[in-house]
Design a protein. Structure first.
Length: 462
């Protein structure tokens, strides 16, 4: 039998490093050694001498290395409906856009996924997530299109296979032809998990069970979705406590607030994460902390839709796992997660804790290790430690936008969006000097524009 091939190594030196490990270890000038798809060693000063099979050496002077950013909430399909309903709150925005979204098809979704993924990956995201819940009848293989786009891009990916079964005729918001039956949604979700979910340590694709939101799904779909996720051993995701209107809706329909409603259906737990969680009282936060339910904080979208300011400092103090999310690009037209580091810090300082709400390192942790926690992958990604997967970013901090900010972490959080000199996923470089290496950005831009125009024409015809 042939001997196993020796690991190929990449050695990176002379960089500032923020590991985001449990001790927030940082190095003013350090090294990172990658062996195949894992981090082999990391530390201060120069890399160890005598390393074998070094296929590449990188002088990272003038750079900060951080874990790759982890996006915990998104709706890729919205890439082709950006810039619409810009002065609406959430419910009015949904009412305005659902008739258009209900006409998406596989070709549109793939182009939109490519655009969403490209924008994030180019800006330092190494693990992406998409909560896709619009499956119009006869629209094709939407889940396969999204997963294929992520595979082509080379990013680590979680598809939260969403679903809706409460349409306009049932008092919901989506058009009738844009929802599934309860049984159909559960069956399709299970099939998607069985086809695509990889539970291994270095998995590139995972799937979560993700009924959409209290006002677009039945209680049965939520309860059975939780049971399905636990039977299959995968995570669960949904929207929760995003607006005051949702709070009112839950009290009127279910006789309780969103958090109590979720708990009554089994949809809280360490295998669950919830998007937004803006309107949470002390009891809600305590329930999330007690059950270890995670939160995807989406500061830009919450501001765009005038939803409010999530109580992130209180959640963190209580022990709630919190990550960052872009949310759909119809409510966050830039679609970049690295800007959310800054926005999370600034917007939370407008809340009750003011300047003590978040600091630069807490913001970076939200976008890296916090995201890994809520996706259930903190053992393999989210921090730079020996044995973890080689997902990391080299941020250029010696240029015009950052050279006079002495602290590297402050530079990338408080400063302008830092250029990405290199981004690695699973030991493979996918970005170089702010350009994607795995796909052609110009082609993606053209395709997405063409599909956006096609969708607009179809929607206009009714």
């Amino acid at each position: 039998m042939a001997a196993p091939s020796a690991a190929q190594r990449i050695v990176i030196e002379n960089a500032a490093i923020a590991t985001v490990d449990a001790n927030d270890t940082e190095y003013a000038s350090g090294y990172l050694v990658v062996a195949d798809n894992k981090i082999e060693s990391i530390g201060a000063g120069r890399a160890p001498e005598g390393l074998e099979n070094v296929v590449r050496r990188i002088d990272a002077s003038g750079h900060l290395i951080t874990p790759g950013l982890v996006n915990t909430h998104h709706h890729f399909y919205q890439w082709i409906t950006r810039g619409l309903a810009t002065d609406h709150n959430l419910f009015d925005w949904l009412v305005a856009l659902y008739p258009t979204w209900a006409r998406i098809d596989e070709q549109m979704v793939r182009a939109a996924a490519q655009g969403s993924l490209a924008m994030m990956a180019r800006g330092g995201v190494t693990t992406a997530m998409d909560h896709h819940y619009v499956y119009p009848q006869g629209s094709g293989d939407l889940s396969g299109a999204i997963i294929g786009a992520a595979s082509d891009m080379g990013v680590r990916f979680t598809l939260a296979r969403g679903s809706m079964d409460r349409s306009e005729k049932d008092g919901g918001l989506p058009p009738d032809f844009a929802v599934e039956t309860t049984e159909g949604a559960l069956a399709a979700t299970e099939a998607t998990v069985k086809k695509f979910h990889d539970a291994s340590f270095d998995a590139m694709t995972q799937v979560a069970v993700a009924p959409c939101s209290p006002f677009s799904i039945s209680t049965e779909l939520l309860r059975e979705g939780a049971a399905l996720g636990r039977r299959l051993g995968v995570r669960m995701h949904t929207h929760g406590s995003e607006t005051v209107e949702e709070e009112k809706f839950c009290h009127e329909l279910f006789g309780m607030g969103p958090t109590d409603y979720f708990e009554s259906t089994g949809f809280l737990g360490e295998d669950v994460w919830m998007a937004h969680c803006v309107h949470m009282n002390d009891s809600d936060i305590a329930a999330f902390a007690r059950t270890k339910t995670g939160v995807a904080h989406c500061p830009s979208s919450n501001a765009r839709l005038a939803a409010g300011i999530a109580r992130v400092p209180d959640m963190l103090k209580a022990g709630v796992p919190v990550g960052l999310g872009v949310d759909g690009t119809a409510s966050n037209e830039s679609g970049e997660l690295h800007t959310e580091l800054r926005n999370a810090l600034l917007i939370n300082r407008l809340g009750a804790h003011r300047e003590a709400a978040l600091n630069a390192r807490q913001a970076l942790r939200l976008g890296t290790y916090g995201g890994a926690q809520v996706l259930g992958r903190a053992d393999s990604i989210g921090s730079l430690e020996a044995g973890k997967l080689a997902d990391f970013v080299l941020w250029k901090i010696d240029g015009l936008g950052h050279s006079t900010i002495a602290d590297p972490v402050t530079a990338i959080v408080f400063g302008a969006a830092a250029p990405v000199t290199a981004s690695f996923v699973n030991g493979r470089q996918i970005v170089e000097n702010d350009r994607l290496l795995t796909v052609d950005e110009d082609t993606i831009a053209r395709d997405a524009r063409a599909e956006a125009q096609r969708l607009a024409r179809i929607a206009a015809q009714g």
